[in-house]
Design a protein. Structure first.
Length: 193
């Protein structure tokens, strides 16, 4: 696979992750559907996998970067599978709304599985690793846009998690932003220390 095709596929993969994280924010902010702790961990899995793709875009493809993608996707898939198993028993309910018949955690499991398979397929072609110049010197609009959007969404996820969880453990079913409620966040901070 030529290096330019590898760069394009990595940029498209990062755009897919950007889209997933952006849609999660839309669900959180527009529909006021706060993420549960497992949802936050799935976002972290998407962020870790996206970090591997971003490394490929900036420094060129490396097997270690694909390893970061696989590890992030595997961790996210494990969390998504646990959430699926939590809600698979009839009558146990579910968390959040469904999209096309599946809940977000089921879609997350599918996406993580596709990332693992995609990374494995990308690792099969050694020609992409032959480039010697850093890719950041040849970054065009698409990879740069994907990288900047990923950075903004990753920082946004960190801020969102701190606002939801405060200084301690995340609530099982979040009802609001703990850090914005001064009394509750001070109580949580004092209990943490």
């Amino acid at each position: 696979m030529p290096g330019d095709l590898s760069r394009l596929l990595n940029a498209l993969g990062l755009i897919v992750i950007d889209t997933v994280l952006a849609l999660a924010f839309v669900d959180q902010l527009w529909f006021r559907d706060l993420p549960c702790p497992l949802c936050i961990l799935q976002r972290a899995g998407f962020t870790a996998a996206g970090f591997g793709l971003a490394l490929n875009l900036v420094f060129g493809p490396r097997s270690s970067h694909y390893g970061v993608i696989v590890l992030g996707a595997a961790a996210g898939a494990a969390v998504a599978a646990r959430q699926i198993l939590d809600h698979i028993v009839p009558g146990s309910g579910s968390y959040g709304n469904d999209i096309f018949g599946f809940h977000l955690y089921t879609w997350a499991f599918i996406a993580f599985s596709l990332m693992i398979v995609g990374s494995g397929l990308m690792l099969l072609d050694d020609r992409q690793f032959a480039r010697t110049e850093p890719w950041s010197s040849r970054m065009n609009v698409l990879p740069l846009s994907a990288f900047v959007m990923f950075f903004v969404l990753a920082v946004g996820n960190v801020i969102s998690t701190v606002l939801i969880c405060g200084g301690g453990f995340c609530p099982e079913t979040p009802a609001g932003y703990l850090i914005l409620n001064d009394n509750l966040s001070l109580t949580m901070l004092s209990e943490a220390f």
